[in-house]
Design a protein around this ligand. Structure first.
Ligand code: NAD
Ligand code: TYD
Length: 351
């Protein structure tokens, strides 16, 4: 029988790419996008597939156990790909409990429901938990995160994601729930909510606003194009082994300031501005508390065992991303005219 998959957080940044990929690639599957539509959820992200016959949307909060159970019953759900989360580190510093509720309790609710609804026969089911490299903590100048690296979360966001990962593994060990986990590095691409570094800075350049670089700007992230993450999720969902963890990354480390300079350069070229124009907007501001110095993923296992590797270079992905934002100013305006503005003011007005 064909699969009926709940994808949680499907109206968010990465979730919308995963929903689009699955809806288009697997017409025989029913894809149920379960999303509470928080500030980060935007159904405009899925306009191009919303009328496809194999797509459904359910406005459900993963904290609402009854609603989640009803959805499992209604569709006789076979699989879950779980992306719904509070995802922004700066927000987690302001409101840690929101992260505990959604990322920890929400995940346990989903695990409980899957365990209960699939109890008669656990075969042919899969609970796929999408997590982050941030659970591993912060690296010095050397080394990479492997699947064996001990967890060492340091922000309320990463602590909540680490906790959810532990629960997912515990349900595998204790109840034999068929789970798989991936831990991915920083994503970027179309539909990225403009509170995160790359879309925020694209938007600020367009608005002629300062580019607020935290601390000394020498913090390092490993960037992956979101469509390559979605392809990895497709592969792990179908070919990954139960109980396993796979790290996903771009082998693509950038110091924030170098990335911002590349972004400024590409923006100047695309906007036909003299070289150096956007760089003048760079403003160093107070550091993020507990700011992790460096993340870098060793994605050897998923490459060796499943054959995944990124398909685009960073220069290509960044260029495509900028082109998308320039072509979708209506999307950007709709997002930035909402709640986001109040949040932006509260985050940056006193720095
Ligand atoms: P996002 O913030 O863009 O989207 C999150 C989505 O979850 C939104 O649509 C939101 O409405 C929904 N949501 C939030 N709380 C909910 C709740 N209680 N019930 C139902 N829906 C809820 O996040 P993203 O960047 O797309 O990240 C998706 C997942 O991938 C997260 O689990 C995140 O931890 C993980 N991840 C993200 C990155 C990254 O760089 N963005 C990297 C690695 C892993
Ligand atoms: P972000 O996109 O928030 O992702 P994460 O914190 O999950 O890695 O930030 C990426 C890097 O950019 C991180 O080192 C923090 C830094 N940053 C800034 O310097 N200024 C900003 O305004 C933002 C949002 C992030």
């Amino acid at each position: 029988m064909s699969k009926r998959i709940i994808i949680t957080g499907g109206a968010g940044f990465i979730g919308s790419h995963v929903v689009r990929l699955f809806v288009n690639k697997y017409p025989d599957y029913t894809i149920i996008n379960l999303d509470a539509l928080t500030y980060a959820g935007n159904l405009e992200n899925l306009r191009d597939i919303e009328n496809k016959p194999n797509y459904r949307f359910a406005k459900v909060n993963i904290l609402d156990v009854k609603a989640v159970e009803d959805l499992f019953d209604q569709y006789q759900v076979t699989d879950v790909i779980h992306l719904a989360a509070e995802s922004h580190v700066d927000r987690s510093i302001v409101s840690p409990l929101d992260f505990v509720y959604t990322n920890v309790i929400g995940t346990v609710n989903l695990l409980n429901t899957a365990k209960q609804k699939w109890a008669a026969d656990l075969s042919n089911h899969r609970f796929y938990h999408v997590s982050t490299d941030e659970v591993y903590g912060s690296l010095g100048t050397e080394g990479l995160f492997t699947e064996e690296t001990a967890y060492d979360p340091r922000s309320p966001y990463s602590a909540s994601k680490a906790s959810s990962d532990h629960f997912v593994r515990a349900y595998h060990e204790t109840y034999h729930l068929p789970v798989v986990i991936t831990n991915c590095s920083n994503n970027y691409g179309p539909f990225h909510f403009p509170e995160k570094l790359i879309p925020l800075f694209i938007n600020n350049i367009l608005q002629g606003k300062p580019l607020p670089v935290y601390g000394d700007g020498l913090y390092t992230r490993d960037w992956l194009y979101v469509k390559d993450h979605a392809l990895a999720i497709d592969l792990v969902f179908h070919k990954g082994l139960n109980g396993e963890t796979y790290n996903i990354g771009g082998f693509n480390e950038w110091k924030n300031i170098d990335l911002v300079k590349l972004l400024c350069q590409q923006m100047d070229e695309k906007l036909g501005k003299p070289a150096g124009t956007s760089e003048q907007l760079i403003t160093y501001i107070k550091d993020r508390p507990g700011h992790d110095r460096r993340y870098a993923i060793d994605a050897t296992k998923i490459n060796r065992e499943l054959g995944w590797k990124p398909t685009v270079t960073f220069q290509e992905g960044l260029s495509e991303t900028i082109d998308w934002f320039l072509a979708n100013t209506e999307w950007l305006n709709n997002v930035t005219s909402g709640n986001y503005q109040h949040y932006y003011e509260s985050m940056y007005s006193n720095k």
